[in-house]
Design a protein around this ligand. Sequence first.
Ligand code: TYD
Ligand code: MG
Length: 461
Amino acid sequence: MKKQRGFVFRCTGCGHEDPKWLGRCPECGEWNTLVETPVAASFTSGRSGGAKGIPPQSFPLSSIDPQEGKRISSGIGELDRVLGGGIMKRSAILVGGEPGIGKSTLLLQAAAAAVTKGRILYVSGEESAGQVRMRADRLGIGGEGIEICCTGRLPEIETILEAVKPVIIMVDSAQTLHTDEAGLVPGTVNQMKYCSWELISWTKEHDAALFLTAHVTKEGIISGPKTLEHMVDTVLYFEQAASGGNDGDSRFLRAAKNRFGSVDEIGIFTMGEKGLQAVADPSLLFLVHREGGLPPGTVIAAVLEGSRPLLVEIQALAVPAKGSMSRVFSDRIDSARVSRVAATLEKHLNLRLSDHDLYINVAGGIRITEVGVELALALALYSARTGIPLPSGTAVAGELSLAGELRPIRRLAGRIKAARSLGFEDFLGPIDSSAEAGTFAETAGLRAVGDLKSAITTLFK
Ligand code: TYD
Ligand code: MG
């Protein structure tokens, strides 16, 4: 057993503890930040989370009130969808995104629209009360039931929490939180973790819900917010559609982690004069409106985003390879999937693609990870390579096997319905006799084919 020592060397920046003094903290890389600290006062041994002074207890599972799992609607349908059906009480939600993407706007709009009789506390460590008021005016928010305080100091926030007893707490942003208890240097990861943890504990003890915003940079997710991810229940990322879409102002809200729902759902918004607006028909964002027919290399795919069918335009370009090795350029659809579909085409249709560089894009800049996109991908590559356009008015969906067969996909009838509602009369998809495929009426208008070869002869005859 290690001998109990009276002190450790603790980094004032990140809270890292070391038994010996070091010039540079091995955790955060800061110089001269390790100071001798009595073990009793050290961060990790001093607090192990949870309520203070209460002996630990266990409960029979059956005695737990199921009402604890109740959800509050945020009043914003797209946000509720991504959260898994509303804001779960006692949950902590991290909203990450680049500066200017709309995190503060989303939180303020949710504060105004949330369906609750309780009070909502909006804590802004970045903007003054006047700035928040101006934003609220712009959004047409009166602000009844919303309390605001402009500070990042944890002790002040805690005092206000006890006075207001809010049901929803919005903290904008986690990076501005600080307290003297968590080290001398403000703005460090340790400060953010310590303060966020205190707020999360308060939230759980008081049956409230907590939203925390966090900035992430373009280069990727910086270490700060990443360290919060395991502390919260839900992590949402707000991202902008890549340029080149129909509407540069569209934004996607995705769940990267969700203890209370799936992470497949996305929320789609546009940022306008009056703040964030839900997009009623997302397909309109991703379809390119053209006079005349489709150019070669473009195909309309009916894919699923979470539980929602979406029509997107897949674009392919095949040009003779510039190097001795051909390459795949595709950042919206996994390049491995593109290579596999290209290999399947090459093998089963004798279409030479391996000496071509392949470029794949999805109009509107949305990332597609669903298998149902594979048939569209194959047809786009075929059309791009041969120069033969697809007939317009046709939407397609299906998964491809390596043997070139077309495999059944989830929610075929839903996809057909979505396509028809947008004016696509013709639908090409897999043969599916399962009950999930829908009744005959629902799938009427489907041209069902069993493999890639017959899909191509059907469309390009
Ligand atoms: P904001 O919510 O401040 O972003 P974040 O908190 O993620 O940094 O949103 C900022 C951007 O949104 C800013 O460029 C202005 C724009 N905006 C609108 O276009 N319309 C609006 O109604 C509002 C409130 C903001
Ligand atoms: Mg902001």
